[in-house]
Design a protein around this ligand. Structure first.
Ligand SMILES: NC(=O)c1ccc[n+]([C@@H]2O[C@H](COP(=O)([O-])OP(=O)(O)OC[C@H]3O[C@@H](n4cnc5c(N)ncnc54)[C@H](OP(=O)(O)O)[C@@H]3O)[C@@H](O)[C@H]2O)c1
Length: 356
């Protein structure tokens, strides 16, 4: 009876392994494996937790389409990339680590469908450079999937003097979208990878910078993560309003909860929790399915401002769908960017006037 190296690593950091407790670790490890195996084998796991992403896109032809995706080197991001490239979609992978992205996609995607762009979402300057490179090389973008995220970090400020999770998960990705305004097609679909956890946040009547980019004394990484996801939902409503007389559409998709991905890597306790949740949570490919559904499904044609979970419409929290609040959050976001980006008003004017 052996510990798998993986689970041994997890426990090694947290338990002082000695002869007495090693048998209980082995026991827990085997018990966990037993549960996972049995649930996966003996029940129709696929039906309970939803279809794999590949099945969701199997009828869709994406030849000639271009999709930009952030966080494409991550677990759900690379699965989305694989499924869309199977349908002949050209994928622009905006990744922090291009080397990792190439490794991750090496054997699963056709190389001819992939183009890599380096971006560090913790830096507005890096986002700008990435957008400039995309504008030089690409003529159009039909689908934008804003999927990158981080979680479980201690409080840090970015070089732009913003709390890191807020900037990476939300602000920089909206800024990237704005920078690419010129090449978004007239029926572009924008998908924010969201989370059910947005429900835990309620903003004051008039939120300030400190309510979305948390100062150290108000910070927990969960709170900041939830705020970033609520910002995405709020922005979905704002953009849908702004684009109401166009064919552009915006969706938010919840992939599923506690999917064991790189998201929990920053703290062992989260990693342990996500491992324990494996029997009850979606696989990575099931996690990608609602996002690819939003990005490609013909059933969603002509709709916008929809939050989806399990490939179905879902009611977001009251604050998320409050259109007045989405205007306030949007104003705040513009203020933050105006303070940090040169000639921001010229960029925003172009983005705002995207009507066709
Ligand atoms: N897993 C879940 O249970 C769950 C639940 C609800 C929602 N979600 C959402 O699903 C999406 C995908 O997450 P995942 O679970 O697949 O996690 P993941 O494996 O950690 O992927 C996250 C991706 O974001 C990228 N990223 C992080 N910081 C970045 C930065 N500063 N600049 C550029 N890229 C950065 C990562 O790049 P590196 O590879 O360089 O780190 C990675 O590609 C996220 O939006 C997450 O919030 C996940």
């Amino acid at each position: 009876m052996m510990l798998t190296p993986y689970s041994y690593n997890i426990f090694r950091g947290t338990i002082n392994v000695n002869r007495r407790n090693i048998s209980s670790i082995v026991w827990k490890d085997l018990f966990l494996e037993y549960i996972v195996k049995n649930i996966k084998n003996n029940t129709n796991y696929k039906r309970i937790l939803g279809p794999p992403a590949e099945e969701v896109v199997k009828e869709v032809d994406l030849a000639g389409k271009t999709c930009l995706i952030t966080g494409a080197s991550g677990s759900i991001g690379s699965e989305i990339t694989r499924c869309l490239s199977l349908r002949d979609c050209k994928i622009l992978m905006a990744c922090r680590n291009v080397y990792k992205a190439k490794l991750v996609t090496k054997n699963i995607c056709e190389k001819s469908h992939l183009t890599f762009y380096q971006v560090n979402l913790a830096s507005l300057a890096s986002v700008k450079t990435c957008a400039e490179n995309i504008l030089v090389n690409e003529k159009k973008v039909d689908i934008v999937i804003l999927n990158a995220a981080t979680f479980g970090l201690p409080w840090t400020l970015t070089e732009d003097r913003l709390e890191t999770i807020f900037q990476v998960n939300f602000l920089s990705q909206y800024y990237l979208l704005m920078c690419l305004g010129k090449i978004l097609t007239s029926d572009v679909r924008v998908v924010f990878t969201s989370s059910e956890s947005h429900r835990h946040i309620n903003w004051p009547l008039s939120p300030t910078l400190e309510d979305i980019s948390l100062p150290k004394d108000r910070y927990t990484s969960i709170k900041s993560y939830n705020i970033s996801k609520l910002c995405g939902l709020s922005l979905m409503h704002y953009l849908s309003y702004q684009w109401s007389d166009t064919r552009k559409s915006v969706f938010c998709a919840h992939p599923g909860s506690f999917i064991k991905t790189g998201l929990c890597k920053n703290w062992w306790a989260y990693e342990a929790l996500y491992i324990l949740m494996i029997p009850f949570s979606k696989s990575i490919t099931q996690g990608a399915s609602t996002i690819v559904y939003c990005a490609t499904s013909p059933e969603l044609k002509g709709t916008t401002a929809v939050y989806l979970n399990n490939c179905k419409r879902c009611d977001e929290s009251e604050v998320a769908k409050d259109i007045n609040m989405s205007f306030k959050i949007h104003d705040l976001v513009l203020e933050i960017l105006r303070d940090r980006v040169d000639n921001f008003d010229i960029l925003y004017k172009d983005f705002r006037s995207l009507k066709i």
